[in-house]
Design a protein around this ligand. Sequence first.
Ligand code: PLP
Length: 428
Amino acid sequence: MTTSAQLFEQACRHIPGGVNSPVRAFKGLERPPVFIERAQGAYLFDVEGQRYIDYVGSWGPMITGHADPEVLGAVRERLDLGLSFGTPTAIETTMADLICEILPSIELVRMVNSGTEATMSAIRLARGYTGRDKIVKFEGDYHGHSDSLLVKAGSGALTHGEPSSPGVPASLAEHTITLPHNDLDAVERCFAELGEQIAGIIVEPVAGNMNCIPPLPGFLEGLRKVCDRHGSVLIFDEVMTGFRVALGGAQAHYGITPDLTCLGKIVGGGMPVGAFGGKREIMEQISPLGPVYQAGTLSGSPLAMAAGIALLTKVREPGFHDALAQRVETLCSGLEERAKAAGIELITQRAGGMFGVFFTGQSRVDNFAQATACDAAAFRTFFSAMLDEGVYLAPSAYEAGFMSSAHTAEDIQATLDAAERAFARLAQ
Ligand code: PLP
């Protein structure tokens, strides 16, 4: 038995499923999760000292690689001043100024402790601002685990939402309308019927929780127009895409201005941080300025602000995102070539520093139905073979991959060599 397997057994004694977030459990992969001891740059090192080239990056934040000396240095510098005061601190203003400078659609911003808090608060705000209850989301988009957002599609575009999890009251879920991602016609039809009741649309502008699905041309533009027409709030969930798809996130990349933006991951430099912000007029509804209540004991933690500011400062360097996208391009085109040579049906999709690998004969994947129609068994074999080769991919066919600036040309070449052997195993 490996040390990781032993640790997993021990973890299962007192932690549900042995993990503090479900995807870490490697469920359905027929092997225990790898327990990581430390990480440096592009590499994870497990408890037995085995090294992995990492394309998960703590699910997004580690865009300059693990244990970035500047991020760690900033945290160390703050540490001796104390962890948390429950008072305003100047470093929170530095963070707010930085976010508003990088994302011009954000005029006021509130820091929170996770992406879930950011999206949960943003929809409360959209509801409070408009005085309407219904929210539109898209099938396969993940916005964290708050009740209103943990809802999947019913059958047909306009059916009321059904909870994705026991414990989400049906009476709340019915205010969440789930439509097919990338389907503007469905959005138009829904608003034609219910527009005056819809507080807002929340969307992952590049979906990263059903693999990687960029928007079809016109989709985000269409959402903007529909929201304008009906006085609904357009919320971009940029928890994953923010500072990754481009410095200014997907909104900069695709040139669409949302009313509210949710941030997480990179904004905290690897610490538990989220943020939501946007138009002044809407954000002024938040307490203590307005009546929509939102709060947090540890929100704006100085230590977390220090980590986030250090990381945002690095990703602002000119050329950072072009170089990141180039690495993604090299990896993805290399994977496609090698798969083709091995006779494996595989495509990749990318947006800036994120990418997805789909085992499918389709030429593109634009929504949840297409994503779930891909060959899950092929993914499992590929994932396992890559892990044995020392390459750590997301342990699910429905997660995007993340590149960092610490990945060298040699790391990418080693990944492609490993993939060649994995494809050979798969082709057997
Ligand atoms: N929104 C998106 C797009 C995400 O990818 C995630 C998490 O992966 C969340 C929200 C929730 O963030 P958190 O896990 O920090 O609560």
